[in-house]
Structure formats: C-alpha cells, structure tokens
Write a protein that binds this ligand. Structure first.
Ligand SMILES: NC(=O)c1ccc[n+]([C@@H]2O[C@H](COP(=O)([O-])OP(=O)(O)OC[C@H]3O[C@@H](n4cnc5c(N)ncnc54)[C@H](O)[C@@H]3O)[C@@H](O)[C@H]2O)c1
Length: 368
C-alpha cells in the first residue's frame, strides 16, 4: 500500500476493548485523520453484536469470525477477544492475507507468540500488538525528558501496578472452572505491559527473579514481584497485584537516574508526572502538557487538527487505543513496519514465561 490508501477494517470481539477501539477508530475517521471504513464486526454475543453495529453504523455483522476474516471487503482485522481465541484468529487472518492487530497478551506462552509471528511473517502481513503503554502520553513525555535533558545513567526503575480483579470479563470468569488454563494471572494479563515499558526504556532484560502469590480462589496468580537486570546494568523491580479493594486502579512508575528522578502515576484519579533534575526544583506535569508530545510522536500538528479529535486525544481511557491505531494504520498505508508488532511482543512474553519459571524454581533465571 502507498499514500493514503483506503483501508477497510473488521473487528472481532466487541466487548470492553473492542468497543474502545470502535470509538477511537470512529474518532480518527470523523476527524479526517485516516482514510478508513469500519466495515464489519463479529461477536458470539448476538444481541451485543446487533446493538453495537447499529450504534457505530457498521454495515456488516458476523456471528462467525471466519466470515469476517474471509470477507473481501476487509483489509485489516482487529482481534479483541479473550486470549484463548487469539491464536486461531491470527492464523486464519494471516492465511487470508489481512493486516492484523491482536490485543495483548498475544498468547499464553512465548513459543506460541513466536509461532504466530512466524505465521504472519510467512504471509507478509503487517502486525500490531496491543502493548499500548508505548502510546501513553506520560510515558512518551518521560522519553522526551530523558532524551532532551542530562539525567545521567539509569540506575533503578520500579513499577507498582495495582488493579481490581477484572471479573466482569469472560476469560477471568472462566478461570474459576477451567483448571486447564496454565499460569497466566496478573503477570501475563496485566503486567506484560509493564515489562514491555521497562524493556522499551532500559533495553534488553537479561535476568529475572520472581515470586508469585495466589491469594484468591481463582487458581491464577494475583500477586507477582519481579527483580530484573537489564543488559546496560539497570535494575528494574515490578510489583503487581489484583485486589478487591475499593480504590482506583493505579500504575506508579519511578525511574532513578544518576542525576534525576521521574515519577509517573497513571490510571488513578490523579494522573501526573513529577520529575526532579539535580540542581533544579521538582516539576509537576499535568495531562494537558503531554498531548503535544503525543502529537509530535504521531507526526501530527495540533494547529491542523479538527476540534473533535482533541477530546478523545485527552481521554485517558481511549487515547492510547487511538494513538496506537493511528500509528498502525498509517504504517500500513505508507508501507512501513508498524510498532509495537508481534516481533516486539516476543520479548515481554519471554520475560513473563521466565518469571513463571523462576517463581517455580525459586531461583533467578538468565534470559537466553
Ligand atoms: N491493551 C489493553 O490495555 C487491554 C485492556 C483490557 C483488555 N485487553 C485485552 O483485550 C482482549 C479482550 O478483553 P476485553 O476486556 O475486551 O474482554 P471482554 O470479555 O469484554 O470482550 C471479549 C469479547 O469477545 C467476544 N468473543 C469471545 N469469543 C469470540 C469469538 N469466537 N468470536 C467473536 N467474538 C468472541 C465476547 O463475546 C466478548 O464480547 C483480551 O485479550 C484482553 O487481555 C487489553
């Protein structure tokens, strides 16, 4: 594809995440930022399917996802179903030569992700992985700060990711009765994104030591603590927990460098970034200051943007879906490689697998 080629999209799975993508994609189209059409949706929940298609003005509905994949009116397939459905859908979409966005986690294990990456490569179809924290405006702002200031060498990174149990979602509800689903609690489903962020900031992780805890009756870990060593010598620590507490979900990310400190609080009621460079006072950055960095990252000029795109761009529940999709679809149109793609998803999956292995062995593990 080249230039601003018209892309026809189909979404499989229109639950919580699929709906957010539909809203984000519609905003991109309505604002004239992308030459796209949302042509089809598929879901096994028929009443939701009909209702959502009507709401988003989507002409084609399929209760069988194979019909969407094989529809010649579809160029790009979004897979927003539970993890256990991803592999077959990715394989079929690659076979049908469709560009693929697949939500994270891509699969239950790293070998499966490698296989899906190989299948997509063999069909030469562009891929996109839902590791969307790479499009978080605050994390992009932190990248921008580090690039444009002398923070010195990174020393220590810490992420604390606490979330309420996502029991409203099909896959989690199923776990209660499905003991065949191995491992794969908070670390795989939630904190794979944190691991991706740590890798994105500090480079290759070469060693991991993990402990996991099982405090609920779900049969999957609901607490995980990891110590990781990066190739450049930086140490990262990660603490993740699913809980039933009445508090907002929160990701707290702290980066210590030789000459500075960055702290980012995401998803809670008080999303912000604080940074402190040696010799200067602490500075707090609020959401409105981060939009510019996100736009620059997407090569967009705020002066030329339609007014109706600013609201979704500043909506923390949607802006990452919007930015990731814009970047993915623009890359397809211009013949570039989208990022993050399946190849880039292999490493965080490798670290998650190694962390489970480390916890089982109760020993640190080198990442080979
Ligand atoms: N990137 C992120 O930040 C993020 C956040 C939340 C969820 N997710 C991921 O998104 C995916 C979906 O999660 P969710 O929260 O939207 O779940 P959900 O349960 O709300 O939605 C899943 C939908 O898939 C549908 N579905 C199931 N099997 C299907 C099939 N065979 N064909 C068509 N539709 C089918 C279900 O009916 C449901 O509507 C998961 O992989 C999850 O890990 C990503």
């Amino acid at each position: 594809m080249s230039g601003d080629a018209h892309l026809r999209l189909g979404l499989i799975g229109i639950g919580k995440t699929g709906r957010t993508y539909l809203t984000a994609l519609k905003s991109l189209k309505d604002a004239g930022l992308l030459n796209i059409e949302i042509n089809a949706v598929s879901d096994v929940n028929e009443s939701n399917l009909t209702k959502t298609a009507r709401e988003f003005d989507v002409p084609l509905v399929y209760d069988d996802y194979m019909d969407l994949i094989n529809d010649s009116n579809i160029d790009v397939v979004y897979i927003c179903t539970p993890i256990s459905k991803h592999a077959d859908m990715v394989k079929q979409a690659a076979k049908a030569n469709k560009a693929i966005h697949c939500e994270k986690p891509i699969a239950h294990s790293c070998p499966q992700v490698r296989e899906l990456n190989a299948v997509a490569k063999a069909s030469s179809v562009p891929t996109s992985a839902g590791l969307m924290l790479r499009y978080d405006p605050f994390l992009l702002y932190a990248k921008h700060l580090v690039k444009n200031n002398d923070f010195g060498k990174p020393i220590l990174a810490h992420v604390r990711d606490d979330q309420q149990f996502p029991l409203d979602r099909e896959e989690y509800a199923q776990w209660r009765s499905d003991s065949s689903v191995p491992g794969g609690g908070i670390l795989l489903h939630q904190s794979i994104q944190d691991i991706d962020v740590l890798d994105w900031f500090f480079g290759e992780i070469v060693n991991v030591y993990a402990k996991v805890g099982f405090y609920s009756d779900l049969g999957v870990e609901d607490q995980a603590s990891l110590i990781m060593k990066h190739k450049d010598g930086t140490t990262s620590t990660l603490d993740s927990i699913w809980h039933n507490l009445e508090r907002s979900n929160e990701r707290k990310i702290e980066f210590f460098f030789e000459k500075g400190f960055i702290e980012i609080t995401l998803e809670s009621g008080s999303t912000h970034l604080d940074y402190h460079l040696q010799g200067e006072g602490p500075i707090r950055v609020h959401p409105e200051n981060t939009e510019q960095v996100l736009l620059e990252h997407l090569h967009l000029n705020s002066n030329n943007l339609a007014l109706n795109i600013h609201e979704p761009l500043s909506d923390a529940g949607m802006n990452k879906h919007l930015a990731l999709s814009y970047s993915f679809l623009k890359a397809i149109q211009s013949g570039e490689t989208p990022s993050p793609n399946f190849q880039e998803a292999v490493l965080p999956h490798r670290i998650v697998d190694a962390a489970y292995e480390s916890a089982n062995m109760n020993a640190p593990l080198d990442i080979l």
